[in-house]
Write a new protein. Structure first.
Ligand code: ADP
Length: 250
């Protein structure tokens, strides 16, 4: 089980597609409050791994545990989301015809612990939470703007804010800075550094400069051919001969 303080534990997980092992005996252990970066070349199995954690893809073998002892392996996608795993896909999916504030409000009301129905009127405590989130996602002052008019980076931040409104126990971010300008990427790194320690977060990312910014003293996992090739500090994995080979050998 995961009684050693893990929020997520993948035990010997394998996924075969017609005999091809996209994930091959993967073991992964994320601690409560950790910000873990997952890197690896194209085809390493990063997306498939996220799909397994969220129940979109079923493992062929192995198990996935969440929190103290919840076995996610056979749970449905919506049950896993309800258990507290929030996933952000690469492309932002905000309600473009609604304002920034309304997007956060709707996301908050989708959290049944906060609002029994969509017609629930927010109290001051909830409005304060939205204000704090607006500051965190760098959209304070933009709350009345239509989400459809935001820049690509701002939409990505809004979606992170929407996920946070649902109070996930684990946040999965799939290439959060893909398509962002350098300035937006730097602000996203600041944002994630503010979340550090307060949330358990897993980030899959290609942009190595960004990974260096958010990895800090934390662990980085390098996936290759569906398993863990290396794990350690950014410095350690960057100096690892096997890691250099899979990145430069292409
Ligand atoms: P990454 O996200 O690291 O680029 P993926 O998880 O997308 O890697 O893919 C891992 C491997 O599994 C790739 O070789 C990919 O072609 C293969 N793969 C992924 N999904 C499927 C699928 N549904 N059917 C067959 N092969 C797949």
């Amino acid at each position: 089980d995961t009684s050693h303080g893990a929020i997520l534990y993948l035990e010997d997980v394998t996924v075969s597609f017609d005999g091809f092992k996209a994930i091959n005996r993967l073991n992964l252990d994320i601690s409560v409050g950790e910000l873990r970066c997952i890197i690896g070349p194209n085809g390493a199995g990063k997306t498939t791994m996220m799909d397994i954690i969220t129940g979109k893809t079923r493992p062929t073998a192995g198990k996935v545990f969440f929190g103290q002892s919840m076995d996610l392996t056979r749970m449905a996608e919506h049950e896993i989301a309800h258990a507290g795993i929030g996933r952000k896909f690469q492309r932002p999916t905000v309600f473009e015809q609604h304002t920034v504030f309304e997007n956060l409000e709707l996301a908050m009301k989708m959290n049944k612990r906060v609002a029994p129905t969509l017609f629930f009127r927010l109290g001051s405590e909830q409005k304060d939470r939205i204000d704090a989130t607006l500051r965190l996602i760098r959209l304070a002052g933009e709350e009345k703007r239509l989400a459809g008019l935001l820049s690509h980076g701002q939409k990505q931040w809004l979606e992170i804010g929407m996920l946070l409104m649902q109070e996930p126990k684990l946040l999965l971010l799939d290439e959060p800075v893909a398509g962002m300008s350098d300035a937006e990427t730097a602000r996203t790194a600041e944002l994630l550094n503010e979340l550090r320690g307060k949330h358990s977060i897993m980030v899959v990312e290609h942009d190595m400069g960004f990974v260096e910014e958010i990895a800090r003293d934390g662990k980085v996992t390098v996936l290759h051919e569906g398993s863990v090739l290396a794990e350690g500090s950014m410095k350690q994995v960057q100096a690892d001969e096997r890691v250099i080979e899979v990145y430069l050998g292409r």
